[in-house]
Ligand binder design. Structure first.
Ligand SMILES: [Zn+2]
Ligand SMILES: [Zn+2]
Length: 263
């Protein structure tokens, strides 16, 4: 299974000389199975970086519909998905509200918007979801490739301290043993008190979640718009020191990973 990260930034795209290495595009992530099956998760501004690799007629899963997760949808017009999925439903109405005049002048091509009640099989990949704490609701996705045993969990927008103990247990069961956990690390621990209820976690929450899930590889993402490269280096170093059981790295636009390709 291969993973291609289009954008690692949170809330809105940014661009400045001190945010070059980690990048300024918002979240979009492509998962590709060994047989070429593709699953796209979210369509932030980083979608543009993925479009040359994307095949038309695929499946796009939305974690939720905040603007930073769908602002890149117009970049997909030449690789338009056949299916778009938001497990809670009402996706068609939400997209029509955003991508219609006078907010957006170009009519988007049609796509099926099914509301599945069970994990979705897309070619060689299986996609399941789990609700997480975030304003207006959000889900984490787990993508499994049964043929290789590879798996990935993406929890882009989640406020870990707002999850009840039971919800945390359920999340950890859902993410148990995954090869790679991609997790919200929007805030520094010292920033969190002023942003409780805003829907995001700290890097310490991400490390806690990864340890509780038993994963050995953690990507920190949804970087705050104002976070500079040097500051992300520093939080990455602190997280590395705290994460005893594996590898942690702050995610950067364009980053890739291969999971279990050599087994
Ligand atoms: Zn977001
Ligand atoms: Zn959000």
């Amino acid at each position: 299974m291969k993973v291609f990260l289009g954008g690692a930034r949170g809330s809105f795209p940014v661009s400045s000389p001190d945010k070059v290495r980690y990048g300024g595009d918002t979240f979009s992530l492509l998962v590709e199975g060994r047989d070429g099956t593709q699953v796209l998760i979210d369509a932030g501004s980083g979608t543009r970086r993925l479009r040359r690799r994307l095949q038309a007629g695929g499946t796009l899963f939305f974690t939720h519909t905040h603007l930073d997760h769908l602002i890149g949808l117009p970049a997909l017009t030449k690789a338009w998905p056949q299916r778009m999925i938001l497990p809670r439903g009402d996706l068609e109405q939400i997209l029509a509200r955003v991508f219609s005049p006078p907010v957006w002048p170009v009519k988007m091509p049609p796509a099926e918007c099914p509301v599945p009640s069970a994990p979705v099989i897309v070619g060689s990949l299986q996609v399941a979801w789990q609700p997480v704490a975030h304003p207006d609701g959000c889900v984490a996705y787990r993508v499994d490739e049964p043929a290789t045993g590879a798996s990935l969990v993406v929890a882009t927008d989640v406020e870990w301290p707002e999850m009840t103990p039971r919800a945390r247990d359920e999340f950890c069961r859902f993410a148990r043993g995954t090869d790679l956990l991609v997790f919200d690390a929007h805030y520094l621990p010292e920033e969190y008190a002023l942003h409780r209820g805003w829907g995001h976690s700290t890097w310490t929450d991400a490390v806690t979640a990864a340890q509780d899930c038993g994963t050995h590889k953690l990507w920190l993402m949804h970087h705050a718009p104002g976070r500079k490269d040097a500051e992300i280096d520093a939080l990455g170093a602190a997280a590395t020191a705290a994460f005893m059981q594996g590898i942690v790295c702050p995610a950067a636009d364009g980053m890739t990973a291969e999971l279990r390709e050599n087994r």
